[in-house]
Design a protein around this ligand. Structure first.
Ligand SMILES: *Cc1c(COP(=O)(O)O)cnc(C)c1O
Length: 369
């Protein structure tokens, strides 16, 4: 048996007929950008999230960047970001000229720790940008309460959390706005780069509709200095084909996660994912921790079990930010997670037998077989 960390082919195979029909609809229409498919997807996705508006854009990074641009966040401003997460969240901030202020994670959930927000606050703080990391919602109740107290905007990074819920409410409708990615490997993925902003703020949605298209909604009338960040008709049509499967595919991930949790409890020094009772995770990734990460990864690779590290370099230690003044030791929780996390294969087309195979080898590695 082989268990790749990621294989998108079975998803394409399962949806072949719907994807073919979506492609045909767009080709037959001859309309390729800013048309009916996008409008339909935007309203269908907004409805699925429970947000009033969805604005399709080119990718998740630009979705977040466009929201910050729309708010006028720029040089001299600060945005609180998770110290543990993907660098794209930080890039959305630094591309505007603002400074990311890293906040360390809750050591149990790996998501931004609301109790540490106060230490990150300054008179220049404009927004908080929590990630729902690995598909588990951040503690939005506490984050929103802190934001309300200090008049801050809350922008969710919902790139890994399509369908995840916090106190029953969907990611993407938990803050003031959310940036979503439909990168092919996400829980809801297009067949190329794609993204969206969801929000219930009509004025903000309208501004982002301008900003994604050179600052213009009416041709040659440019109200803002916008970007070119559009979601194509073809990708919108593919996403419409996939959206109706999201809940079912997420449920398959949940079943596999339960299987892992049952079979890996108490094995070696493995730390399993943990989530609070109010959280409904969608398991974008199944991430364990171990002090023997490299060894375990090599052992599994030799047995044809693919794994990956999300993420090996915390953004503050990335070369991209070498000029920004951060150094090793600044964010010890993020640094430790970067050294210990390991993602095991999970996805709607991973089988229970494959999970059993992975678990058998993880147990074998720790001598627990
Ligand atoms: C994928 C991802 C992004 C970036 O999305 P793109 O569509 O690739 O630009 C941002 N944040 C997180 C947490 C992600 O997983």
């Amino acid at each position: 048996m082989k268990v790749p960390i990621l294989d998108l082919k079975p998803a394409c195979d399962e949806l072949r007929a719907e994807l073919d029909a979506a492609y045909k609809r767009v080709i037959d229409s001859g309309w390729l950008l800013l048309g009916r498919e996008l409008e339909a997807f935007e309203s269908e996705y907004a409805a699925s999230v429970g947000a009033a508006h969805c604005v399709g854009v080119a990718n998740g990074l630009e979705a977040m960047q466009l929201v910050l641009m729309a708010l006028g966040v720029g040089p001299g401003d600060e945005v609180i970001v998770p110290s543990h997460g993907y660098i794209a969240t930080w890039l959305a901030v630094t591309h505007t000229g603002a400074r990311p202020v890293p906040c360390e994670p809750d050591p149990r959930t790996y998501n931004l720790d609301p109790d540490r927000l106060a230490a990150c606050l300054s008179p220049r703080t404009r927004a908080i940008l929590p990630i729902h990391l690995y598909g588990q919602p951040a503690d939005m109740k506490a984050i929103n309460a802190f934001a309300a107290q200090h008049n801050l905007f809350v922008l969710e990074d919902a790139a890994q959390s399509h369908g995840a819920r916090c106190h029953g409410k969907a990611a993407g409708a938990l803050g003031n706005a959310a940036g979503v990615s439909f990168y092919p490997s996400k829980n809801l993925g297009a067949l190329a780069d794609a993204g969206a902003v969801t929000t219930s703020d009509a004025a903000l949605a309208d501004k982002i509709r301008h900003l994604r298209n050179y600052g213009s909604k009416v041709r040659y009338q440019n109200e803002y200095q916008g970007m070119n960040s559009r979601l194509s008709e073809l990708q919108a049509a593919f996403l419409r084909a996939k959206l109706p499967r999201l809940n079912e595919w997420n449920a398959r991930r949940v079943a596999l996660a339960d299987r892992y949790l049952g079979r890996l409890r108490g094995v070696g020094d493995i730390v399993l994912p943990w989530f609070p009772g109010w959280a409904t995770p969608v398991w974008h990734l199944f991430v364990v921790r171990t002090s023997r990460r490299e060894e375990l990864q090599r052992y599994l690779a030799a047995r044809e079990v693919g794994t990956q590290v999300h993420y090996p370099v915390p953004p503050h230690l990335s070369k991209a930010y070498s000029g920004a003044g951060w150094k090793r030791g600044d964010f010890p929780l993020a640094e430790r997670l970067a050294d210990e996390v390991l993602s095991l294969p999970i996805g709607p087309h991973v089988t229970p037998e494959q999970v059993d195979f992975v678990c058998e080898h993880v147990r074998g590695f720790f001598g627990a077989a």
